[in-house]
Write a protein that binds this ligand. Structure first.
Ligand code: AMP
Length: 364
């Protein structure tokens, strides 16, 4: 069996690392000549809309998947006309436009922050009377890790925030003063069986994920599962799906979903019986899904923009280092470390050590 992946970054790399023990081969398509899956996978070098390369990928892969959601819809549809594609291009189409995504969530009865579409500065001024302050202005498409976003604190911020967007279609959302950010990851295979991971509790800095902790028996688990199940069913979803949520006053609001393996699930590599990457491979090949039971207490810390010495990371007990083979650059995720522990106290102590190391090299 051969899986084709659109994108050859660290997510594709970790999917491949999980698939090889199952005898699966990989071929990746990416425009970057130094993409970090290259060491592991056969690499088709070129743009995502290069029809010749897409045809080759479709021809040579038994099933095609993606490591990011901003794949042009036409590309996903072209591939789907030529081979099996999971998840379905429709999931991408919904996830890559924040307005379509929020409307979709609402129609399913999944609460979201208040939001409105904005196409001009005038419209932004008008809708702010309904949304209220503070708020966040976001580009509708191509945004991730807080990119293309501005916080609006007063009417004096509107013009500069709008100018920053350079006229692209936008959405404005009420700024949620959440108690916690959590996410839930589910996997569903072609036969329709699904599994859910324990929710992750997430800490962001500057819009980028910093720490995720596995929360077994979290009081929000049942509600989070209920919401992600609605999405899975509505999209007839196959593969791994992640839903990011804000906890507010004992309830949950959806921020966004990602139709792919997700950074907040990286702890599953060592912290779960079966990782999200392996379950993605199993799901799209219609294999039985693996148990999502946690293995002890687990958390993950991201390294962004820079890396300490590997020795320093390995010196922390029960740490598992994942270097992505990417040159450090400002704001770029270059590695993560999973930490396991027998008690939550021990986990939090070692997470704090890792965060201190991450802070010492972070250039943002
Ligand atoms: P996003 O790119 O939409 O996932 O946003 C990145 C991060 O910005 C989120 O994980 C939150 O920490 C923060 N954020 C995004 N939208 C909101 C919101 N409406 N209210 C409060 N914080 C937000």
């Amino acid at each position: 069996m051969k899986i084709g992946v659109l994108g050859a970054g660290q997510l594709a790399r970790m999917i491949a690392l999980a698939g090889y023990p199952l005898g699966v081969e990989f071929i990746v398509l990416d425009p970057s000549p130094d993409a970090c899956s290259m060491q592991l996978c056969e690499h088709l070098l070129g743009n995502y809309d290069d029809q010749q390369l897409l045809a080759e990928l479709a021809e040579r892969a038994d099933v095609v998947t993606y490591e990011f959601e901003n794949v042009p819809a036409l590309v996903a549809e072209f591939l789907a006309d030529h081979t099996t594609v999971h998840p379905d291009p429709r999931a991408l189409a919904v996830a890559q436009d924040r307005l379509v995504e929020k409307n979709f969530l609402r129609e399913l009865g999944i609460p979201t922050p208040p939001y409105a579409a904005v196409d001009s500065l005038e419209e932004l001024r008008q809708v702010m009377t309904e949304i209220g302050w503070p708020a966040i202005l976001k580009s509708r498409t191509q945004g991730y890790d807080g990119k293309g976003q501005s916080v609006l604190k007063s009417s004096g911020d509107l013009e500069a925030a709008w100018t920053l967007l350079q006229g692209v279609p936008a959405i404005v959302e009420g700024f949620v003063t959440f108690d916690r950010e959590i996410s839930i990851i589910a996997a569903r295979n072609v036969s329709g069986d699904s599994v859910f991971y324990p929710v992750s509790q997430n800490l962001h800095r500057g819009g980028i994920l910093r720490v995720s902790e596995c929360r077994e028996h979290d009081p929000m688990q049942a509600l989070a599962e209920n919401y992600i199940s609605k999405l899975i069913e509505a999209l007839d979803y196959v593969g791994v799906l992640a839903l990011e949520l804000f906890e507010v006053d004992g309830g949950l609001m959806a921020n966004e979903f990602a139709p792919r393996v997700h950074n907040s699930g990286h702890w599953t590599i060592e912290g779960s019986e079966t990782s999200q990457f392996e379950n993605h491979v199993r799901a799209i090949l219609d294999l039985p899904l693996g148990s999502t039971k946690p293995v002890g207490h687990a958390a993950m810390v991201n390294f962004i923009g820079g890396l300490p010495q590997t020795e320093e990371l390995l010196a922390i007990p029960f740490s598992h280092v994942h270097l992505y083979a990417k040159a450090p650059r400002m704001g770029r995720k270059v590695a993560h470390v999973t930490i396991r522990a027998e008690t939550t106290e021990q986990l939090h102590q070692n997470v704090a050590r890792l965060v201190a190391l991450a802070d010492s090299v972070d250039d943002s």
